[in-house]
Design a protein around this ligand. Sequence first.
Ligand SMILES: *Cc1c(COP(=O)(O)O)cnc(C)c1O
Length: 388
Amino acid sequence: MNFPIERFLQLKTPFYYYDMDLLKATLVRLRDSLPDERFIVHYAIKACSTEPVVKQIASFGIGADCVSGGEVEASINAGISPDKIVFAGVAKADWEILVGLRNNIFCFNVESEEELVNINTLAQQEGVTARVCLRINPDIDPHTHKNISTGLAEDKFGIQIEDLESTLHMFDNLGNLHFLGLHFHIGSQLLDMEPYRQLAQKVNEVVCQTEKLGYAVKVINVGGGLGINYHEPDKEPIADFKTYFGIFKDIIRLRDNQTLHFELGRAIVAQCGSLITRVLYNKHSHTREYVMADAGMNDLIRPALYEAYHSIDNLSNDEPKTHRYDVVGPVCESSDVFQRDYLMPLTRRGDLLAIRSAGAYGETMASRYNLRPLPLHYTSEELKKHQR
Ligand SMILES: *Cc1c(COP(=O)(O)O)cnc(C)c1O
């Protein structure tokens, strides 16, 4: 990735930087990897809700996967058509369901029987019909970090397969609901494709079971979770969408009157974003050398929360990597560490660092912990414009 370092030098740090050329290239590849028009992508907006990023994604005709009323509103405001919005989440509040109903979104992904009853009641009050997919917990181990696994029987998400039949029968008596189909999502940052093969096989079984009970499955939604290469972002800047979609195309017995939906977040936006930070100080102890940056875990919490790896470039020094540093932030927590014992060129006060692959679950998870200001953001296009 090419960073406009001269422009960065004039800016207050830390900030998120989004490379819109890479985002566009990723979206082109995504579009070109879709096997046919029955394959439909919804962008999981919780990964990055920064407006120019979402607008760019919306311009490719991609829908949104939302997990809160605020995300439904943000998606619509960024130009995503409500008839392309799906709304998941284990605990949707009444006001959030109303946001969905009043905007006539494509579908609610429902995770419990009580939620079904509540959506029906609210839809009745509004005089509308809510389209619903049932989120099924397929009990598949995604082999990812335990904090981002969602499809194991012990995870809080979805309806257990043994409860499917009784849940389906509820639609017989809930007149303001329309059963559309089935939803699954097994976890995030999956690089091993085997769990997806298992999911696709499980989907065939559950679709078959559902239709045998007399409920037509029009929509099959297999969620998201496709992983990216955090270790070598420049070697693999765009995820292998083709292989991913190919697995579902090969295994799922999709009919012409069915659509297959995907909810991708990380794989669309992670690589186009970096967190740009300045080095404030160096410090040496007898065992370690520290680089203290002005970005902290409040700006990017993934290393502290998920033990996530983010590669770090020193943008101010392109000499060979000869030093090993612990790169830490200013927040008063021992877990405020971006990398330990990390090989870098000589790094000094004032150097600019790029913490890479931070476009997903970076800015959206930022907080004001320690009363630090929220990080700013710039897109490559904004910085080009201001330069002229
Ligand atoms: C977070 C989430 C996704 C997206 O996950 P990624 O790993 O970013 O692709 C998709 N579906 C649901 C229901 C989610 O909660």
